[in-house]
Design a protein around this ligand. Structure first.
Ligand code: HQG
Length: 187
């Protein structure tokens, strides 16, 4: 089900407060990134029904809602938090598939092949499970996208730790350049 323009706007607002700037809505995320749903509804002035539609209809399942230990539902973003927000998703280490992908604007290529993939403003480098997903990620920023192949099997053998977010994004601290190769240009 696709979201209306209004619902996409709410989804972006949720990403802002649950990943980057909780303080703009007067919210405080707990150590693992969770907020009680009633608090979020109050802070954003929305109904539970409005929230549920955006959580369920979100194209990338960006948000997870689970019952809290106190019986009150809580919500968090499954990945993508800013480094300035002290959140530990507490995901277990996971064995990655042999190869993962990363889509990026061509303008970044030279620097990435020199320095490797860095998390920049986020907690982790975000890697995609397949080529189409990587292309979509890169296209957020540019029409001229390059997809890099990440030798995740070799990295794992070398001791790099990977995590899989609840919505299927692979996360790791850094990808040194020797584990990168250009998979596809002009995606
Ligand atoms: C680039 C979205 C130059 C990197 C997506 C990327 C993802 C370098 C940008 C999630 C570099 C950071 C994350 C280096 C990395 N030199 N450029 N050494 N190292 N970069 O947005 O992976 O839709 O923080 O290639 O789907 O694009 O928001 O990372 O272009 O899962 O749910 O620096 O965000 O999810 O950009 O995207 P980002 P990303 P949502």
């Amino acid at each position: 089900m696709s979201l209306s323009r209004e619902q996409v706007r709410l989804s972006k607002r949720l990403s802002l407060v649950l990943r980057h700037r909780p303080e703009v809505a007067g919210l405080i995320l707990d150590a693992n990134g969770w907020v009680p749903v009633p608090e979020l509804l109050g802070a954003l002035g929305i109904s539970r029904a409005e929230l549920d539609i955006v959580v369920a209809g979100n194209d990338k399942a960006r948000f997870a809602v689970v019952p809290g230990p106190d019986g009150v539902d809580r919500i968090r973003a499954s990945q993508g938090h800013s480094r300035r927000v002290a959140v530990d998703l507490d995901l277990p280490p996971a064995v990655p598939p042999d190869e993962l992908f990363h889509g990026t604007p061509r303008a970044n290529l030279e620097s990435i092949l020199r320095d490797g993939l860095r998390p920049r403003s986020r907690h982790h480098v975000h890697l995609s499970i397949d080529l189409p997903t990587a292309i979509t990620v890169g296209r957020r920023r540019s029409a001229d996208v390059v997809v890099l192949r990440v030798a995740a099997d070799v990295m794992a053998d070398e001791g790099h730790v990977f995590h899989r977010s609840d919505n299927g994004v692979w996360l790791t601290a850094v990808v040194p350049s020797q584990h990168l190769s250009v998979k596809r240009t002009n995606a």
